[in-house]
Design a protein around this ligand. Structure first.
Ligand code: OOG
Ligand code: MG
Length: 255
């Protein structure tokens, strides 16, 4: 059996070269702990190349995503500087395998927070809230994985766009949103799809990051997880998401 460091190298190489790999679970299912350990080791390889962790992302926080992917464990992954895509910018298909986009909510952390906190305490530690789009790109063939696989693959994290920051007391519980591609609405939903209230995803993020000794720090970004199913992207697509109160964001895909 290959060791966790070797698996970290395999997922890291796949992400770097935008190529697919077979699921580790084809051989033997990884435990959740092993999945997170491989994720950590693979992210350390990225940091060694000069990339920097700038926050975390939550996954499977909505029923829509759980149903689409057939998994219902709450998961988290690390966001890095090179994943950030400017609002209104472009991404190059050459850097991805089979990217998808999903509408999310972002929080900007104001003070360090650790452990078990209430939603109110969590929101009091936030400097701003924004609408966001996440680009996910599983390194596994056919975008298929089990929970250990997806944790090892940094929960498919591949890019994200953040809209303008709004005041932290902006009501985020039930904001309507529309995700359109080339002007055609493809997903319609509400921020309430994220655990009934996206602040719950923030609470979970604070707890899970602290559990591994990487508590959220001032300036960190937290993505609360997709409110709808993810939509496949193709070269030439113009993606636009409109969120009630928070505004619109978008990007385009070039070759
Ligand atoms: C895993 C990542 C899930 C979300 O927002 O639920 C996620 C995947 O679906 O590939 O980012
Ligand atoms: Mg996501």
């Amino acid at each position: 059996m290959i060791d966790l460091a070797r698996m970290a190298e395999i997922v890291d190489d796949a992400a770097l070269s935008a190529t697919t790999i077979p699921q580790f679970s084809d051989e033997r299912a990884l435990t959740v702990a092993e999945g997170y350990e491989i994720q950590k080791l693979s992210m350390h390889r990225r940091y060694a190349r000069g990339d920097k962790r700038i926050g975390i992302k939550m996954g499977f926080t909505s029923r829509a995503k759980q149903l689409q992917m057939g998994l219902d464990d709450l998961i988290w992954g690390r966001l890095t500087e090179t994943m950030r895509v400017p609002e209104g910018g472009t991404i190059s298909m050459a850097q991805y395998v089979h990217p998808r986009v999903e509408p999310e909510i972002a929080y900007l952390i104001k003070h360090r927070l650790e452990g078990s906190v209430s939603a109110l305490e969590a929101l009091n530690a936030v400097a701003g809230v924004a609408c966001a789009l996440e680009v996910i790109d599983s390194r596994y063939a056919d975008f298929k994985f089990d929970v250990g696989d997806v944790l090892a693959d940094n929960t498919s994290a591949a890019g994200f766009v953040i809209g303008n920051w709004h005041a932290p007391d902006t009501d985020m519980v039930n904001l309507g949103l529309v995700l359109s591609i080339n002007g055609r609405p493809r997903q319609i939903g509400s921020t309430a799809a994220i655990m009934g209230n996206p602040a719950r995803a923030l609470v979970a993020a604070i707890r899970m990051a602290a559990e591994v000794g990487e508590p959220l720090e001032p300036g960190d970004i937290v993505l609360a997880g997709a409110a709808t199913a993810a939509v496949e992207l193709a070269v030439g697509d113009h993606v636009e998401a409109q969120f009630e109160t928070l505004g619109s964001i978008g990007f385009a895909i070039i070759e």
